[in-house]
Design a protein around this ligand. Structure first.
Ligand SMILES: [Zn+2]
Length: 236
């Protein structure tokens, strides 16, 4: 049912729902591209759902379902689970598959950060609005609080493509957070460290990253900067 609706909406993109109808006028190549992209999108969504509920045909599941002995095509591990494939396979690690996934998530974060920076920044917020006796409190129309103060000329470095170098005007360190945002005007530096752990490793990943940057954060504070560390976990 959903599949039908999606295809219909795709055709509408090519003018199926407009008048005069454009779909019949589109070329074979355009139609082919449209259908392929929709099938791929559908398959990806289906994959995500199956991965979430661990119902993909992993070697472990095939073993459970059919009693067969299965080996991972990647590393030869017998009856390996989804967790093994996604978070603890040494072959996947050495082949850089986990690093690639981490960087894809980081690219997506960078894209969203840049979009947010381009959008109009937040204005006044976080201030307590006092009301005179008998006066009326203003509605809660204040914008969401943001650490990125407007007009701060925020700069952004992301540990992608080439190695991130921590801004030396703040501190000299060999540590490389995944994202560094800083504003000389606001004397504020924000460090973001991304981890893509298996669900069970969420808390320990957070603590590990927080600990890793604690000294750097203290050094920034000592140098007169407001320092914030944000370990970010995106479960795989
Ligand atoms: Zn493996």
């Amino acid at each position: 049912m959903v599949r039908g609706v999606r295809f219909q909406s795709g055709r509408a993109d090519l003018g199926w729902g407009t008048s005069p109808k454009m779909w019949p006028k589109t070329s074979k190549t355009e139609r082919k591209k449209l259908v392929i992209s929709e099938v791929v999108r559908e398959e990806e969504e289906c994959y995500k759902i199956k991965a979430t509920y661990d119902t993909l045909p992993s070697p472990q599941n095939l073993h459970l379902w059919y009693g067969s002995e299965e080996i991972s095509q990647l590393c030869g591990y017998q009856n390996s689970s989804l967790q093994h494939t996604l978070s603890s396979c040494k072959t996947a690690l050495t082949q850089g598959l986990y690093g690639r996934r981490h960087d894809q998530v980081l690219r997506s974060h960078r894209k969203r950060r840049l979009e947010a920076n381009r959008a109009s920044p937040a204005t006044t917020h976080g201030l307590i609005q006092f009301v005179r006796q008998g006066g009326e409190a203003l509605g809660s129309s204040t914008k969401e609080w943001s650490l990125l103060s407007p007009g701060g000329n925020w700069e952004l470095r992301v540990d992608l493509d080439h190695q991130l170098k921590f801004p030396q005007q703040i501190d000299v360190t060999s540590l490389q957070p995944d994202i560094v945002l800083w504003s000389a005007i606001a004397r504020t530096v924000i460090m973001v460290e991304l981890t893509v752990p298996w669900e069970d490793g969420l808390d320990s990943a957070f603590e590990r990253k927080k600990e890793k940057y604690a000294d750097l954060s203290a050094a920034c504070t000592e140098a007169g900067w407001n320092a914030f560390i944000y370990p970010v976990e995106v479960v795989c």
